[in-house]
Design a protein around this ligand. Structure first.
Ligand SMILES: Cc1cc2nc3c(=O)[nH]c(=O)nc-3n(C[C@H](O)[C@H](O)[C@H](O)COP(=O)(O)O)c2cc1C
Length: 172
C-alpha cells in the first residue's frame, strides 16, 4: 500500500472480532519491527508473542475489556539500554529507550495494517499481573502491549487531529 494510504488506514481497533491470526502474519510484523531505528542502534526491545487463545484470554484480563477479542498480542519489554544509549540518556537528559519503543510500536502497527490486520497500542494494563503471567523479572519494565486482530468495522474512521497550524510553533 502507498505509505500515505497506510497511515490513513491505521487506527486503534477496539472492536476485534475474535478471529485468530495466522502465525506467518505475526512473524512478518515482527520482522518489520526488527528494522525500526533506535538510538545508537541499541534495539532496546524484546517481545513476548502471545497467540494461544487461553494466553490471549488471560492477558486480556489485565487490560481493557475490548482486548478480549484480539487474535494475538505482542508484549513489548524494555531491554537494558546499551552502554552508548545509557551515556546518551544521561548526557542529553533524555529517555531514548522509551522513544525507541514508541517507534517500534509504529513499525509494528503499520506493518499489521499493510497485512490487513487491525491493531491497538495499549499502555493501560496491569503491569504487575502481566509480569506474573509471563514471569518477567521485577527489574524489567513492560512498556506496551500491541493487540492484533481482525475487526468488525474495516472502514477507517476520520482522524481527529490537531491542524498543522496548531502544531508548527515556529516556521523560520
Ligand atoms: C503509547 C500509547 C498508548 C496507548 N494506550 C492505549 C490504551 O491503553 N487503550 C486504548 O484504547 N488506546 C490506547 N492508545 C491508542 C490511542 O488512544 C490512539 O492512538 C489515539 O486516540 C489516536 O487514535 P487512532 O490510533 O485511532 O488514530 C495508545 C496509543 C499510544 C501511542
Amino acid at each position: 500500500m502507498d505509505y500515505f494510504d497506510l497511515i490513513e488506514k491505521r487506527e486503534s481497533c477496539r472492536n476485534f472480532d475474535g478471529t485468530p491470526i495466522e502465525k506467518h502474519l505475526i512473524t512478518r510484523c515482527l520482522e518489520a519491527t526488527r528494522l525500526a531505528p533506535s538510538a545508537c542502534n541499541g534495539q532496546p526491545w524484546r517481545f513476548i508473542v502471545v497467540t494461544k487463545p487461553e494466553s490471549v484470554a488471560a492477558l486480556s484480563r489485565c487490560m481493557q475489556p475490548f482486548n478480549r477479542l484480539a487474535g494475538a498480542m505482542i508484549v513489548i519489554l524494555e531491554a537494558k539500554p546499551s552502554l552508548m544509549t545509557s551515556i546518551g540518556n544521561q548526557l542529553k537528559d533524555q529517555d531514548f529507550t522509551q522513544i525507541d519503543i514508541g517507534i517500534a510500536a509504529s513499525y509494528l502497527t503499520l506493518a499489521a495494517t499493510e497485512l490487513g490486520l487491525s491493531s491497538c497500542i495499549v499502555g493501560w494494563f496491569d503491569e504487575k499481573a502481566v509480569r506474573s503471567q509471563f514471569k518477567v523479572p521485577k527489574n524489567q519494565r513492560i512498556r506496551l502491549i500491541i493487540s492484533l486482530g481482525y475487526t468488525h468495522a474495516p472502514q477507517p474512521r476520520p482522524k481527529r487531529r490537531k491542524t498543522l497550524q496548531d502544531l508548527i510553533l515556529i516556521e523560520d
